[in-house]
Design a protein around this ligand. Structure first.
Ligand code: MEV
Length: 438
């Protein structure tokens, strides 16, 4: 077992690497070589990456792919996607092409409100607390003026602050529940700064409030933090076409495809085990674009899954109908995204991704990201209800297997050609490669 280390963060990068190599690896030189192989030769760029987090030792690569031909609200986009899963970009591109010939994707931002809360404990009369809150409410706004000034210039700011009684769930527990508009920024820093000031004002003003008893004056703030659950920051995306236009696969009629597809979505609506995988497919598209555009995919994941369970049972995010000869497939999801601040102005590849998308506003980015999710879901369901998922997936995975076995160019060509007509499986590829090498 490795011994604990003290003062690690104060060591130089080189010292950190040496310590890790010496204490965790049977071949320290090899470990150092691998770590350094991924350093960028541009020292300034490397420094930028080193400083994103603490204790950086190297860079961790993910492929950045692009999915072209996304027609969204009549505008054509090439969407950047950072993801390691073999078939995701190919599936997105295929779905984009399919729908670009059928009117494209329609996307609308329905709302863009963010939420933050000051959680506090108050031991006393609720009515006196309510009276106090109404009294000090304007002070929450005035005390945060230096923080909100710039946001207000951009059309954003604090929308409202409510006092919420949560004492039936936890003794003495109340909240300041605040809503915000943060325009093109995701708003985490802005919201958290406002909340911390609210907390300060809350405590200070309570001490001065005449109607409070000594105990009531002593408000205990537990924490002040934004919520990643944003059910009022919603984007809607949709595709639709006449059922007769759904023809793609020679083995299945348009009507049968529409019926199977709608049923597959219905299953995800009623069955949580299926819904989680169904939604995971949506997140394949969403996370890849969120990551490529420097946004916080953990925040998006947390918020989206909470939304999928908002009615008390985890369910599908997307929905489909085939009625009156029209196939419609849509979803509404919460997405708190930013196109300014955070990594967006800092990471050169994020800047490039943003430019590729035409430097979108946060609303436009919400639409693009949601479209990538719906496209991914469409591609997955199309495969699942027709050929099955493995055919396309293993075709893409073939390259990973070939790399794993260090296949030569010649071997690659032979293997790819062989598996155009044969089913790809890990063992089938290995067997075929071994036979070739004999
Ligand atoms: C794989 O990453 C995603 C799928 O499982 C999604 C789905 O089942 O709908 C194919």
């Amino acid at each position: 077992m490795t011994k604990a280390v003290s003062g690690f963060s104060k060591l130089s990068k080189e010292e950190k690497i040496n310590w890790i190599a010496d204490t965790h690896f049977s071949n320290p030189d090899e470990a150092i070589k691998t770590i350094k192989k991924y350093w960028n030769s541009d020292a300034e760029l490397q420094k930028l990456h080193d400083e994103f987090i603490e204790n950086t030792i190297t860079n961790f690569y993910l492929p950045l792919g692009v999915a072209p031909n996304f027609l969204i609200n009549g505008k054509n986009y090439t969407i950047p996607m950072a993801i390691e899963e073999s078939s995701v970009v190919a599936a997105a591109s295929k779905a984009a092409k399919f729908w670009s010939n059928r009117g494209g994707f329609k996307a609308t931002v329905l709302s863009s409100e963010k939420i933050g809360q000051v959680h506090f404990m108050f031991n006393g009369k609720k009515e006196t607390l309510e009276q106090f809150f109404e009294n000090v409410k304007p002070k929450f706004f005035s005390a945060t003026q230096s923080i909100t000034k710039n946001m207000q210039k951009r059309g954003g700011g604090i929308l409202d602050i409510e006092l919420r009684d949560k004492t039936t769930e936890l003794e003495n527990y109340y909240q300041l529940h605040a809503t915000f508009e943060t325009k093109d920024s995701m708003g985490a820093n802005f919201i958290n700064s406002c909340l911390e000031q609210f907390a300060k004002t809350l405590k200070e003003e309570a001490l001065q409030f005449q109607s409070f008893s000594e105990e009531e004056k002593n408000i205990q703030v537990v924490m002040s933090i934004l919520s990643n659950y944003v059910p009022n920051c919603i984007v809607r995306v949709e595709v639709s076409c006449p059922i007769s236009d759904l023809k793609e696969d020679k083995h299945i009629s348009q009507e049968e495809f529409a019926e199977k597809f709608v049923r597959a979505v219905k299953i995800a609506e009623v069955e949580p085990f299926r819904a989680v995988t169904h939604n995971k497919g949506i997140m394949n598209g969403i996370d890849a674009v969120v990551l490529a555009t420097g946004n916080d995919f953990r925040a998006v994941e947390a918020g989206v899954h909470a939304y999928a369970a908002r009615n008390g049972k985890y369910s599908s995010l997307s929905h489909a109908t085939a009625e009156n000869d029209i196939f419609t497939f849509w979803m509404e999801i919460p997405l708190a995204l930013g196109t300014v601040g955070g990594l967006t102005n800092l990471h050169p590849l994020v800047k490039m991704a943003m430019e590729m998308l035409g430097n979108p506003s946060a609303h436009e980015l919400m639409q693009i990201v949601a479209v990538a999710g719906l496209a991914q879901n469409f591609a997955a369901l199309r495969s699942l209800t027709t050929t099955g998922i493995q055919q396309g997936h293993m075709k893409m995975h073939l390259m990973n297997i070939l790399n794993q076995f260090n296949a030569t160019e010649q071997e690659r060509k032979q293997v790819v050609s062989h598996f155009e007509k044969n089913t790809v499986s890990h063992s089938a590829v290995v067997d075929y490669l071994e036979a070739l090498r004999k």
